[in-house]
Design a protein around this ligand. Structure first.
Ligand code: NAD
Length: 487
């Protein structure tokens, strides 16, 4: 049993979900999950090995090649997905606690965000009921052309630890909606949500082999992406691993969609109302202790108003309530794991060594002798070439960067290899929109930050390839077939 909080207990995972059954692992290899709050072992569970992966892939292959799922009407697939959505809704509290317990994300936040998982399944159910899987066009000679959109095949879904359920749900909901069959490999640090999802899919009565769960670490993921029976890899994680997956998949031209890292900018235009911008900056510059791909980690402020900005921003950051993420009053929990804290501390040292000025934070908070806590940290006098302005830190570290005019702001906003997200603040929303057009990123919000699973999300440049959410997310899992009717 895994105790998440008083009254919320999950069965510790002991089996894999393959071909519609809970099966015994092929080996006795196990993975430990460490609590970010107590630094003690939270649970241990079996790790899938190549033999388990082969079994899962073969089940997904048979379900795709011979089973009913890809051939079923979109309406029937939609009703199955709606059943999954309902079952997820019944378990939202457990999903929120699983996230909080494994990752250290505050319960106040995880409770707010978990309904997105059910939304994704109902969203794709709605979408496929009207999606043109068959589209009739005509040639110049008047002949009919039937355009079919068909599922890509067997897909591997590989997800990271920071937002375990939603990043898996994006892939599974869209892939299943398209008619694909799925092999899921969650992050080794966060297996619990994938088990909840598997139980919901089982209870919803989806056909055997359509969804398979084989939790593993890096090695298991690597085995999966190299497997010739995997037609597509849907990946969310670091840019380094994303590049590796693309190289491996290139060998057999397996399809890939990649949701990778980010170094997103919030640009406060010269006419921005700072007080109005503050609430969204406080939530989204360091969400989940800064461990969110779309965090607004670079704050671009007019040089002439920098002091005014810092006078408002720094006290607000210093007032963030750090503590046990299970406490509803906590605004920031610990980092998710020891290696994350090492990484963030290295970046803070690099910021200081590189000439950035530490305006607040930078150390471990006093009074927290257990847990991977780190203070929310702000650097000022940051220039775009500095390491802290270029690389994804994945921690609560924000850089304030001054700019002279809008051209300078656009240049600086685009001066990293990434292009995931961004925000523009202006008293005039159309001026904000005009500036948004100059930013080379896959998503932006004018005067705030919105990520809505019903609309596409993804990156330009080294932030990824393809989109998740909305019809574009479905198209990640579809091939186009052109059938000419010649007589
Ligand atoms: P990671 O790249 O280390 O791991 C992600 C997943 O890939 C894990 O399941 C891991 O086991 C697996 N993996 C690792 N090596 C592999 C290999 N060689 N072959 C196949 N699978 C392999 O990333 P992480 O530390 O788990 O997550 C943090 C990263 O994820 C950050 O860079 C963050 O920006 C990114 N992220 C991106 C988005 C997005 O939507 N763009 C969302 C969340 C997180």
């Amino acid at each position: 049993m895994v105790k998440l909080q008083q009254g919320t207990v999950l069965k510790a995972p002991e089996r894999f979900f393959i071909n519609g059954e809970w099966v015994q692992p092929a080996s006795d290899r196990r993975i430990d999950v460490i609590s970010p709050v107590t630094e003690e072992k939270l649970l241990s569970y079996p790790e899938a090995t190549p033999a388990d992966m082969d079994r899962a892939i073969s089940a997904a292959r048979t379900a795709f090649d011979e089973g009913p799922w890809p051939r079923m009407s979109a309406r029937d697939r939609a009703s199955a997905l709606r059943r999954v959505a309902t079952l997820i809704t019944e378990r939202l509290d457990e999903i929120a606690w699983a996230w909080t317990t494994q990752v250290g994300a505050p319960i106040s936040l995880t409770r707010k965000l978990v309904p997105q998982n059910a939304t994704l399944f109902s969203h794709y159910a709605d979408l496929i009921e009207s999606y043109p899987f068959l589209d009739i066009r005509h040639r110049d000679d008047g002949g009919e052309v039937r355009m079919l959109r068909e599922p890509v095949g067997v897909c591997a879904a590989i997800s990271p630890w920071n937002a375990p359920m939603v990043l898996l749900s994006y892939k599974i909901a869209a892939g299943l909606a398209a008619g694909c069959t799925m092999v899921a490999k969650p992050s080794p640090e966060t297996p619990l949500e994938a088990y909840i999802l598997a139980e919901c899919i089982e209870a919803a009565g989806l056909p055997r082999g359509v969804f398979n769960l084989v939790p593993a670490g890096r090695e298991g993921g690597d085995y999966l992406i190299r497997h010739r029976e995997i037609d597509k890899v849907a990946f969310t994680g670091s840019t380094a691993v994303g590049k590796h997956i693309m190289r491996v998949c290139a060998d057999r031209l397996a399809r890939v969609s990649l949701e990778l890292g980010g170094k997103s900018a919030a640009v406060l235009l010269p006419d921005a109302d700072f007080a109005k911008a503050l609430p969204s900056l406080m939530v989204y510059s360091m969400p989940i202790t800064g461990q969110v791909c779309f965090s607004l980690t670079r704050l671009l402020v007019p040089e002439a108003r920098k002091a005014e900005f810092l006078d408002m921003f720094l006290p607000a950051v210093q007032a963030i309530k750090l503590g046990n993420p299970a406490d509803p009053a906590t605004q920031m929990g610990p980092l998710a794991m020891a290696r994350q804290r090492d990484r963030v501390e290295d970046y803070i040292a690099a910021g200081k060594a590189g000439g950035a000025q530490l305006a607040c934070g930078g150390g471990r908070p006093r009074g927290q002798d257990k847990g991977f806590f780190i203070e929310p940290t702000v650097f000022t006098n940051v220039t775009p070439d500095m390491k802290v302005a270029q690389e994804e830190i994945f921690g609560p570290v924000v850089s304030v960067i001054g700019y002279t005019d809008e051209d300078d702001a656009a240049r600086k906003a685009n001066a990293t290899p990434y292009g995931l997200n961004g925000a523009v603040y202006s008293a005039d929303p159309e001026r904000g929109f005009a500036f948004a057009r100059r930013m080379r990123t896959g998503g932006l919000t004018v005067n705030g930050l919105i990520v809505d699973p019903k609309h596409p999300f993804g990156g330009y440049r080294e932030s990824g390839m393809g989109r998740e959410g909305g019809p574009e997310g479905l198209e990640n899992y579809l091939e186009v077939k052109t059938v000419h009717m010649a007589g």
